[in-house]
Design a protein around this ligand. Structure first.
Ligand SMILES: [Zn+2]
Ligand SMILES: [Zn+2]
Length: 275
């Protein structure tokens, strides 16, 4: 069966392709110069390579080069109850499938939000139709409906000990994955675009659109902080290498949120600005 995906976001589609990818036609994304481009997984096979690298014990990053779609990283969390693939890539080949099997296979798939769902459904089918967890508030952005999709709201536990937590913001159903075993037992969260690590590697941001630089209202930023506050974690990985807050991640989120709200609410002023 031919697997079609949008070249710009790397999300897979049903065989009946629309004129444009709704995810990329949305104001949070963009269409390429010249308009929509569709590609097939087969056509990518000879031109891409996927690598898997352990970045801390039981956490593996999947990198596709040259990148496909938005160019995010997939993250595989290994647990004794099975492995979870978070934010799957828009590419796989036989080598990658073999490597994933050597690591124990995949028992569940989840994404932070619609931009980073990649080849979720195809991967589920390759691993015995395992559940693909999709937040119910993102239902209209599902481009390849399939019985393996498991809709959830607010919180879900796709594997024992691993928790999906809905934060909203970038998308109404934007989520993070809480992994209590991360960071040597201090806990880690995987955030995709729900919380993005800044270039300073110390602070984070929250945006309705990253490529089009659309901010979020104070209400949404406060909701994200409220959602992560009860979770025990010290480390944060976002969806794009090297996006990492290695320690003090919760404090970084609190500080960054207060600063963000200060600027958008006019509570902070540039000291050089003449009043
Ligand atoms: Zn797209
Ligand atoms: Zn996004």
């Amino acid at each position: 069966m031919t697997i079609w995906l949008c070249a710009t976001c790397g999300v897979e589609f049903e065989a009946e392709l629309p004129p444009e990818c709704p995810i990329c036609a949305d104001e949070r994304q963009y269409l390429p110069v010249g308009g929509q481009i569709w590609i097939t997984l087969d056509a990518l096979q000879s031109t891409r390579k996927a690598t898997v690298q352990e970045i801390e014990p039981d956490l593996y990053v999947i990198t596709v080069s040259p990148s496909v779609g938005i160019g995010h990283r997939g993250l595989l969390v290994r647990t004794e109850q099975g492995n979870l693939l978070f934010d799957p890539p828009g590419y796989f080949d036989d080598d990658l499938l073999a490597t994933l099997r050597e690591l124990g296979g995949i028992a569940a798939i989840a994404s932070s939000h619609p931009h980073l769902t990649g080849l979720s459904i195809s991967l589920s089918h390759r691993f015995g139709n395992i559940p693909v967890w999709v937040n119910g508030d993102n239902r209209r952005w599902v481009m390849r409906p399939d019985p393996v999709i498991q809709f959830w709201l607010d919180e879900a536990e796709p594997l024992p000990g691993l928790k999906l937590v809905q934060c909203g913001g970038h998308f109404a159903g934007s989520a993070v994955l809480h992994w209590p075993g991360g960071a040597g037992g201090k806990g880690a969260i995987l955030t995709g675009d729900t919380i993005g690590v800044n270039t300073d590697r110390a602070t984070v941001t929250f945006l309705r659109s990253f490529p089009n630089r659309i901010p979020l209202p104070e209400r949404s930023v406060r909701k994200i902080v409220r959602a992560i506050e009860p979770l025990a974690f010290d480390r944060l990985y976002d969806g794009f290498s090297p996006g990492l807050i290695a320690e003090g991640a919760k404090e970084s989120i609190r500080y960054s949120a207060a600063r963000y709200i200060g600027w958008i609410s006019d509570a902070i002023r540039d000291p050089d600005e003449r009043v």
